[in-house]
Ligand binder design. Structure first.
Ligand code: PMT
Length: 399
């Protein structure tokens, strides 16, 4: 099992470190916690020992420790994350002070280091703290910027520890980033489109955007630059991902076209509405006058257009079907010149539209196919990215 070290300092936001441990564990990673002595005034180390199943390290010299543990532990970890990080630890790291386990350990590790600051806004914005942060950045240390909002001291400003989800998301990018994804641009579409008759009525579908957002999140963690073109959803955009919000198929087409020439990989997970009203009205139409105004026409098929314009881009399409999944997905793959088609049966409950899970059949133009049984959309995204990595490597070999 891959392991990370989590350095925990004395901040009111220390309780969020428990959630950080849990989120890393849910990604299959082991966590070893290192606390500063002052952090133990807020939380007993036994809490982290119970959460992680591993003894929490506090002191540099301790009878229960392995000899020179700051060196042996440094060889075992993939990431050193310090969250919450105080102004004091940031200052010590920047100037090479090694007077406790955590600051000594920082000098011993060779893996990536990620720091998530948490402090009062005056302390955070103090030129000395900012200078320390700048210096650490030049040394290759990465930072998760603190959030702006109400602070424990009652003031408002930057200094609130970033959310555990955002910190873990950044940490996972440092652990998982892989060569075929680095310096690649991934263009992902997600969610439904809305085709309006008037300001309050539209044609749409039940897409929640979950599949597309998971693909965007995964691609970013693997090291790609990610542009997410999203129809209306209630989802939070993964940190690091550039978002373009759209409503209609026409807007989605324009946004996708704008970024297409830069894209290396395009994943069309959006459920683009197939029809729109021939005439959209700016005023709400009275119910009694609706008859005769419902003339519809097909929306542009964005993926088919991308297939026609394709140069070096790798196109991944999705096929949402309620019967004959494989036959229909194959037909769409050929017609839209897709390099990898992801077919999902949207008639089944618990998978497809809106759910956290999916069950898909991948197919390739050479006739191969692979079924992925029901799993979370996160897991399905990881499987899709693994297949994209194979295709990117093949292209590199053949170029
Ligand atoms: O958003 P979720 O709730 O997580 O649900 C996920 C999902 C079911 C929406 C997703 O997994 C999925 O199947 N997305 C594609 C839905 C769809 O529009 O399928 P389709 O078979 O109608 O279209 C085939 C492909 O052409 C798709 O890649 C689609 O994005 C694209 N298309 C379709 C119509 C259109 N006018 N333009 C397009 O580009």
């Amino acid at each position: 099992m891959k392991k990370i070290a989590l350095g925990v300092c004395s901040s009111i936001s220390i309780y969020k470190a428990c959630e950080i441990v849990r989120l890393f564990q849910s990604e299959g990673l082991g966590v070893r916690v290192i606390m500063t002595e002052k952090a133990t005034c807020f939380i007993n180390p036994y809490l982290f020992t119970s959460l992680t199943g591993e003894r929490t390290v506090v002191k540099l010299f301790d009878d229960q420790q392995r000899p020179i543990e700051h060196i042996s532990l440094a060889d075992e970890i993939e990431l050193l994350l310090i969250a919450p990080a105080t102004a004091n630890i940031i200052g010590k790291l920047a100037s090479g002070v090694a007077d406790d386990f955590l600051s000594t350990f920082y000098l011993a590790v060779r893996c990536p280091v990620l720091v998530a600051p948490a402090m009062n806004e005056s302390m955070y914005l103090h030129p000395q703290t900012q200078e320390n942060i700048r210096k650490l950045k030049t040394l290759g240390v990465e930072f998760v910027e603190p959030d702006t909002g109400y602070l424990a001291c009652g003031k408002q400003g930057p200094g609130r520890l970033a959310s555990p989800e955002s910190i873990v998301h950044h940490g996972l990018r440092l652990i998982k980033s892989r060569e075929p994804f680095r310096n690649k641009v991934f263009l992902v579409t997600a969610g439904p489109t809305r085709e309006f008759l008037d300001p309050v009525r539209f044609i749409s579908n039940p897409s929640s955007g979950k599949m597309g957002y998971e693909l965007a999140r995964e691609a970013w963690q693997l090291g790609a630059e990610v542009i997410l073109v999203s129809g209306p959803t209630s989802l939070e955009v993964p940190a690091g991902v550039y978002l373009e919000k759209v409503q209609t198929a026409e807007e989605m087409r324009a946004a996708v076209e704008k970024h297409y020439t830069r894209a290396d990989v395009v994943l069309m997970a959006a459920a683009v509405a197939d029809f729109r009203f021939k005439k959209a009205l700016s005023d709400k139409v009275p119910k009694s006058e609706i008859a005769g105004r419902l003339d519809i026409e097909a929306t542009p098929d964005i993926l088919e257009e991308l297939g026609r314009q394709k140069r070096r881009q790798l196109l991944v399409g999705f096929a949402a079907e309620t019967s004959q999944l494989e036959t229909k997905a194959l037909e769409k793959m050929k017609r839209k010149k897709v390099d990898l088609m992801v077919g999902n049966d949207v008639s089944r409950s618990g998978v497809g539209f809106g759910s956290d899970d999916n069950e898909v059949t991948l197919s390739w133009p050479d006739g191969r196919f692979r079924r992925i049984p029901r799993a979370s959309k996160r897991k399905i995204s990881q499987e899709i990215m693994a297949e994209i990595e194979v295709l990117l490597n093949e292209r590199k070999r053949n170029s």
